[in-house]
Ligand binder design. Structure first.
Ligand code: HEC
Length: 151
C-alpha cells in the first residue's frame, strides 16, 4: 500500500516544481523585455522608427540592439552604423549580401530588404542611431532620395 502513495507524492512534487520553474522563466523574460522596450527615450522621440524596428528588425538585431554573435551584427555602439548613415538607409531599403565587419567581427549572412519607402528607411535608421544610448545623430530624407530601390 505504501509504494503507490510515495509515487503519487513524487509525481506531485515534480510537477509543482516544474510549474514553478516555468513561471520563474516567464517572469524573467517579461521583465527584461519591459526594461529594454519601454524605458528607452528614443521610443518617444522616434515613434515611427521604433514601431518599424519592433515589427521588422527585432528578430535579428534583438530588443537590446546587440544582435546575435556571429550571425546578426549589433546596432548599439556599432562603428559600421555610425560611419555612414546613408549606407545604413541603403541597407534597409535594398538589403546587403556582401560580408561586412562591425566592431572587428565579420558577418557573412545576407540581410534581405526590410522597408519599401525612403520615409520608412529614414525613420527606422534615425531610431537605431539614437536607441540603446546611441548618440549617432540623424539623417534627412533629402539626403537619401537618390538611392534607387532595387528588387
Ligand atoms: C533576417 C535578419 C535581419 C533582419 C530582419 C534585419 N537585419 Fe539588419 N542585418 C542582418 C545581417 C545578417 C546583417 C549583416 C550582413 C550584411 O550586411 O552583409 C545586418 C546588418 C545591418 C546593418 C549594418 C551593420 C551594422 O551593424 O551597423 C544595419 C544598419 C542594419 N542591419 C539595420 C537593420 C534594420 C534597421 C532592420 C529593420 C528595418 C534590420 N536590419 C533587419 C540581419 C537582419
Amino acid at each position: 500500500m505504501k509504494k503507490p502513495v510515495i509515487l503519487l507524492l513524487m509525481i506531485t512534487l515534480i510537477s509543482v516544481g516544474s510549474i514553478a520553474i516555468i513561471n520563474a522563466k516567464a517572469n524573467v523574460s517579461n521583465n527584461s523585455s519591459a526594461i529594454s522596450m519601454q524605458d528607452d527615450p528614443a521610443d518617444a522621440k522616434f515613434p515611427k522608427g521604433a514601431k518599424i524596428y519592433k515589427e521588422k528588425c527585432v528578430a535579428c538585431h534583438q530588443t537590446t540592439g546587440m544582435g546575435v554573435p556571429n550571425a546578426f551584427p549589433p546596432l548599439k555602439d556599432a562603428d559600421y552604423l555610425f560611419a555612414d548613415k546613408k549606407r545604413a538607409v541603403r541597407q534597409v531599403l535594398n538589403g546587403n549580401n556582401t560580408p561586412i565587419t562591425v566592431n572587428g567581427a565579420t558577418y557573412t549572412i545576407p540581410m534581405p530588404p526590410q522597408v519599401d519607402t525612403h520615409e520608412d528607411a529614414v525613420a527606422v535608421i534615425n531610431y537605431v542611431l539614437n536607441a540603446w544610448g546611441n548618440d549617432g545623430g540623424t539623417i534627412k530624407l533629402e539626403d537619401v532620395k537618390d538611392i534607387k530601390i532595387v528588387r
